[in-house]
Ligand binder design. Structure first.
Ligand SMILES: Cc1cc2nc3c(=O)[nH]c(=O)nc-3n(C[C@H](O)[C@H](O)[C@H](O)COP(=O)(O)OP(=O)(O)OC[C@H]3O[C@@H](n4cnc5c(N)ncnc54)[C@H](O)[C@@H]3O)c2cc1C
Length: 397
């Protein structure tokens, strides 16, 4: 056959013919999200990223898709199955990490907290507005001094008549500056963990929100430093079923599942961009893709991508049937965040200097990979969750 082997472009996520495992509805939703990102996100996102500006209009246009609220049922939420949620996130991440984070924070962490831990009244009060993106949500757990050790948050909620008074600080909080509902995780005077919903945070006395500047990752989504000084929240705004850190950990576990799919989508995008580039860019009289060293990189990337995808698909089934445990979710996030970092870095390498320019999209994916490696539990923390399950010994402390 020599070098006349005809090249048939293959979707990196259908190399193992896994598309056939999806239902027509799942494929249709995935394709709908892909078409939407190609029309709405890709043409505009680099400029926002470069200016470190939140693309509000694009983010709000997500309401055109039947995806807000993710797996939550009722109250106007999308009611997706676990695999559909994964495919949605994969497609958003294939386009851009900042839009993915906006969606994951609003629809997953904020709406997810209310959906999983709020009373039916609280759900009816907030979720319909959030599902229509009339109200934006944020999730405030991390603190300046408590990152990975989130169970020991220092923020306090003291009961005072028919309100709680919140005091403390939060850091890295996505969507905070544009949020209508900000969930603050704090301990009350009895040491009990709780989620306190601050409504209209930008106009709430005692609450100061300062966007973090100089951020080199996820530049088109806003993350804030927050201080709370005697911020008053009505008693009815405490999430009724959030009693301990274990409860918020259930929300975080779903978040980890989402990041595993995000990593898959971002890595697939990087692979496709690098492959196209290597097929057209000529050096020494032939395409980069014709060099064995480049092929080795592409093959390693594609192989890892397929393994990441198999893990995601299998975890989706376990999540759907209720069989997934924390370690299984942590293992998928741990693997995929690490592999995405490697794949995207190889893509950048294949593109030489052009890989360092925003025009080619790779620079954005490359720096965003660092956030995936760090949030929803750093990869070290996810490793220790798996280690605890394997050994029966807790190495956190
Ligand atoms: C882009 C972005 C968006 C985010 N959005 C949000 C948000 O919306 N809401 C929110 O609440 N938080 C958010 N976060 C915060 C995120 O969850 C934290 O950054 C993360 O939990 C790590 O905390 P830290 O940065 O304080 O690092 P640290 O906890 O200080 O960790 C520093 C290093 O030490 C390692 N380490 C820590 N403990 C151990 C241990 N026991 N054993 C071994 N190694 C250890 C870590 O793995 C890491 O490598 C976001 C972060 C980023 C980067």
């Amino acid at each position: 056959m020599g070098d006349s082997h005809p090249h048939s472009p293959t979707d990196p996520l259908d190399f193992l013919r896994l598309d056939s495992r999806l239902t027509p509805e799942q494929r249709a939703l995935r394709d709908q999200v892909r078409r939407w990102t190609e029309a709405r996100v890709l043409p505009a996102i680099n400029d926002y990223w470069e200016r470190a500006e939140f693309p509000r209009e694009i983010a709000l246009a997500l309401r055109e898709l039947p995806i807000i609220g993710g797996i939550l049922q009722g109250n106007g939420c999308a009611g997706l199955d676990m695999l559909e949620l994964g495919l949605v996130v994969q497609e958003l991440a294939r386009a851009d990490g900042s839009i993915t984070t906006f969606y994951a924070v609003h629809s997953g962490l904020a709406m997810g907290s209310i959906g999983l831990l709020g009373s039916p009244q609280q759900q009816q009060r907030w979720l319909p507005h959030m599902a229509r993106l009339e109200k934006i949500g944020a999730f405030g757990l991390t603190e300046p001094e408590q990152g990975s050790d989130a169970a020991h948050v220092q923020t306090r909620a003291h009961r005072d008549g028919d309100t709680y008074r919140l005091n403390g600080a939060k850091r890295w909080i996505g969507n905070a500056a544009i949020a209508d509902l900000l969930i603050i995780w704090a301990r009350d005077e009895n040491g009990r963990f709780g989620g306190f919903v601050v409504e209209d945070p930008t106009h709430t006395p005692g609450l100061h929100i300062q966007n973090l500047s100089g951020k080199v990752t996820k530049r088109a989504v806003l993350n804030a430093h927050i201080t709370l000084t005697d911020v008053r929240v009505p008693l009815t705004n405490r999430l009724e079923h959030a009693q301990s850190f274990r409860d918020v950990a259930r929300v975080l576990a779903r978040g980890r599942y989402v990041v595993a799919w995000e990593a898959l989508g971002a890595a697939a995008a990087a692979y496709e961009i690098a492959l196209r580039y290597a097929q057209t860019r000529q050096q020494f009289g032939k395409p980069l893709a014709a060099f064995q060293l480049t092929q080795r990189k592409l093959v390693e990337m594609a192989t890892e991508l397929n393994l990441m995808q198999l893990l995601c698909l299998h975890l989706a089934e376990l999540m759907q049937s209720g069989e997934a445990n924390d370690a299984m979710i942590a293992m998928t996030k741990y693997n995929n965040a690490a592999k995405a970092r490697t794949i995207i870095s190889l893509a950048r390498e294949i593109m030489g200097g052009n890989g360092l320019l925003i025009d080619h999209h790779i620079a954005r994916l490359w720096t965003d990979a660092e956030a995936m490696y760090t949030y929803e539990g750093t990869n070290e923390i996810n490793l220790l969750i798996i280690g605890r399950e394997l050994t029966g010994l807790n190495a956190f402390v």
